[in-house]
Design a protein around this ligand. Structure first.
Ligand SMILES: [Zn+2]
Length: 392
């Protein structure tokens, strides 16, 4: 979800984004509180008061979600991991970490701090709500729940809803299925015990898939029993979780595969070169117009001295003195790469470089050409996406 949605602002150097799908859940929360729960609790409230309280409750709910995400992100930053952005979307929030945690303890602390934040917020809201409700509220709640809730003012009502919601958020996220926070805690434990990140991820993802299927079964049961909206919602969350569990495991395999990947694996080795003193017109007639190669390395005494292609020729043709040889029309080699550059650095180079292709040089000799399209093809083949952390 890179770059999509609404930019809310920046906290601690982390961009906060709102995916437009949040609108669905926002209206759902406002509607179910403003038209359902609050009028049911408070028969004497005006519709305006119900809706205003519902709106405030929904806003605070999203602020709570954001606090949960910020806890993960700031902990990740403290461990030296770059966090470019947090996105809130229909199923919750995602903190994008540029790299995965490097040790089990790092993974554990980044994962656990989110649910702990939700737990703390839940307790805080509940305690504040109880304080506002006054002494004897809990006894009254047991004796006559309806009368007890009806006696609460708007702020206490809001807190009494927000507290349990945050507690539920903490509990749900602690379910030990990857990629939920609890699944990350489980993975950290398995990783620490067995020392094998891949196996730990596989196990935690399997538990995540199991939980997702259980949710879907529960949703189907509810839907068949008549609670259609609630059932479909559970089905949807289960389906999403199941995909996420599988995708996270695949992603890890790919990240590990990429670690052993070298520029030499991606670069093109079949291409034509051209001598620096060759007449430009011959080059245009015999090569440029007869091949789909984009750029030709220009050689002088066996060594690459430049690159020539349509772009460099067009740039030169605009000048006064018309170029006659390839050397006069070529562009210089401003950037090159070693065939042994590995995984992440190779990826970084290709994502950041504006040159296409980039010559691959070894000991001053040209051994290949690296095109952006080659990496994109490789990524597409392996379905690599940005590392994501998912919650509800
Ligand atoms: Zn979380």
């Amino acid at each position: 979800m890179r770059g999509k949605g609404l930019r809310l602002g920046e906290v601690h150097g982390i961009e906060i984004r709102l995916d437009l799908s949040v609108a669905i859940i926002f209206f759902l929360v406002v509607y179910s509180l403003g038209a359902g729960l609050f009028p049911q609790w408070h028969g004497d409230w005006s519709p305006g008061l119900s809706w205003a309280t519902a709106l405030a409750a929904a806003l605070l709910f999203f602020a709570s979600l954001l606090a949960h995400e910020l806890a993960h992100s700031i902990m990740a930053q403290r461990h030296g991991i770059v966090v470019p952005r947090i996105t809130l979307f229909v199923f919750g929030g995602v903190s994008e970490l540029e790299t995965e945690p490097r040790t089990p303890s790092m993974e554990f602390s980044i994962a656990i701090v989110g649910p702990l934040t939700s737990l703390a917020l839940g307790l805080l809201f509940a305690i504040l709500g109880l304080d506002l409700a006054g002494a004897g509220f809990l006894d009254e709640l047991q004796a006559d729940p309806e009368a007890a809730m009806a006696s609460l003012g708007p702020v206490a009502t809001l807190l009494m809803w927000l507290g349990p919601v945050n507690l539920m958020l903490a509990i749900f996220n602690l379910v030990p299925g990857f990629p939920l926070d609890g699944g990350r805690v489980l993975r950290a434990a398995l990783w620490w015990l067995g020392g094998d990140l891949r196996r730990a991820t596989q196990r935690a993802s399997q538990v995540g898939s199991g939980f997702a299927w259980a949710l879907m079964a529960w949703g189907a049961w509810e839907a068949l029993g008549g609670a259609v909206i609630q059932g479909l919602w559970l089905l949807l969350i289960g389906w999403f979780l199941n995909n996420a569990a599988r995708a996270s495991y695949l992603q890890l395999l790919l990240v590990q595969a990429m670690e052993s990947l070298e520029v030499a694996d991606l670069m093109r080795t079949r291409f034509e070169s051209i001598q620096a003193d060759a007449p430009l017109q011959d080059f245009i007639d015999d090569k440029l117009l007869r091949s789909d190669q984009v750029a030709w390395p220009v050689l002088e005494g066996g060594h690459p001295v430049g690159l020539i292609g349509l772009d460099s020729i067009r740039a030169r043709l605009k000048e006064e003195a018309q170029p006659r040889t390839v050397a006069e029309a070529m562009g210089g080699i401003h950037e090159s790469v070693s065939p042994h550059l590995r995984g992440r650095e190779a990826l970084q180079l290709l994502l950041e470089s504006r040159r296409d292709p980039i010559p691959v040089l070894e000991a001053g000799r040209l051994v290949g050409l690296l095109y952006h399209a080659d990496l994109m093809r490789w990524l597409a083949l392996h379905e690599i996406e940005t590392r994501q952390r998912i919650h509800f």
